[in-house]
Design a protein around this ligand. Structure first.
Ligand SMILES: NC(=O)C1=CN([C@@H]2O[C@H](COP(=O)(O)OP(=O)(O)OC[C@H]3O[C@@H](n4cnc5c(N)ncnc54)[C@H](OP(=O)(O)O)[C@@H]3O)[C@@H](O)[C@H]2O)C=CC1
Ligand SMILES: O=CC(=O)O
Length: 325
């Protein structure tokens, strides 16, 4: 197999190793910043395939500018950065990395739940300020997860793993709303399918695990935060664009909800002077849901195999447009 694969950002070394073992040459984006679309296009000119990140905009202009690309794999499960109808029209197979990152993202979600419920961030900051001068049994009081209701919006691969960990690990009650019912999760975990309104009104913790689409963009907004319990926490490890940031800030300022744990923001990266970062009841992580060594390696393996398969005209391991084989 011959040809160059452009890799538009830092990925696990196994990705390069597997591509090179297959005879492909690799070219990587070396700068410690996001490449512009022009730079991705320029670097793709000599390439027959691309491994992209969600930050890369692969729109109609991109596809028109890179007509020689024969296979693409996103180093992610989300693929809202890719104009799929354009890829289909041009018959370019698009790979992605579902499943292997679900557990890491679910674990990070549980970390956000615990960080919010037990004031981990603000308690740690208090120590750093020298405020741990004596044991005070009434300081940093949080709330138990056990017995509380976790509402999940989007009961797919990640949502159902979060539900499992919360139910079996923390004895939480699970309710959910999703595009379709997930009867397997209902049977296995006793999760109850509820209306969108019930999800908002009954959740003690409301955790979003849907993709960003026209229907979900901005779905958590002023009206929805107002419907939530004033003691509830909003958790988002899906996409920043599904909540309206200024409405979230207002809801937190007006104590319409109790706090928030965010792994994703809009825009990303978040500015360091963002008001959310000075709120003691808000925990923000920089989009690290799937960021473990084990998972990044598996993502790299899948991307490399996706490209090798795609260039050979064979089915990718995981593809978004399976009809091109
Ligand atoms: N923070 C991070 O680092 C990461 C973030 N993510 C984000 O998490 C998202 C979910 O990933 P994953 O679980 O693998 O995806 P899945 O497709 O397995 O699950 C998404 C779920 O959301 C449901 N859904 C879709 N549209 C709607 C809607 N309009 N209303 C209600 N529910 C809806 C889907 O329904 P249906 O079953 O009908 O398709 C599905 O059950 C990704 O799209 C990505 O954006 C993923 C990985 C890491
Ligand atoms: O956000 C990460 C992804 O895999 O999607």
């Amino acid at each position: 197999m011959d040809g160059v694969v452009f890799i538009s950002g830092p990925v696990h070394p196994v990705t390069f190793q597997l591509l090179e073992e297959a005879g492909l040459r690799t070219k990587k984006w070396k700068e410690d910043r996001r490449p512009s679309q022009e730079e991705v296009i320029e670097n793709c000119q000599e390439a027959c395939a691309l491994i992209s990140l969600v930050r890369d905009k692969l729109d109609a202009f991109f596809f028109k500018s890179c007509p020689q690309l024969r296979a693409i794999s996103n180093y992610a499960v989300g693929f809202e950065n890719i104009d799929l109808s354009e890829a289909n029209r041009r018959r370019i197979p698009i790979g992605y990395t579902p499943e292997v990152l679900s557990n890491s993202t679910a674990e990070l979600t549980i970390a956000l739940l615990l960080a919010c419920s037990r004031n981990i961030l603000s308690a740690n900051q208090a120590i750093r300020r020298g405020e741990w001068t004596h044991f005070d049994p009434m300081k940093h009081l949080g709330t138990d997860l056990s017995g509380k209701t976790l509402g999940i919006f989007g009961m797919g691969r990640i949502g159902s793993l979060v539900a499992k960990k919360a139910r079996l690990g923390f004895d939480m009650e699970i309710i959910y709303n999703s595009r379709n019912r997930n009867e397997e999760v209902e049977d296995r975990l006793g999760a109850a399918y509820v209306s969108w309104e019930d999800l908002l009104e009954s959740s003690d913790f409301l955790s979003a695990h849907c993709p960003i689409t026209e229907r979900t963009a901005g779905i958590f907004n002023k009206q929805t935060f107002q419907r939530m319990k004033s003691t509830a926490f909003f958790i988002n490890a899906a996409r920043g664009g599904i909540h309206v940031e200024e409405d979230l800030i207002q809801a937190l300022n007006q104590r319409e909800i109790a706090g928030s744990g965010l792994d994703v923001t809009n825009p990303e990266p978040m500015r360091s002077d963002n008001p959310l970062l000075s709120m003691s009841n808000v925990v923000v992580t920089p989009h690290i849901g799937s960021a473990t060594m084990e998972t990044r390696k598996k993502m790299g393996e899948i991307c490399a195999h996706n490209i090798i398969q795609g260039l050979s005209g064979k089915p990718m391991i995981h593809t978004i447009n399976p009809n091109f084989v």
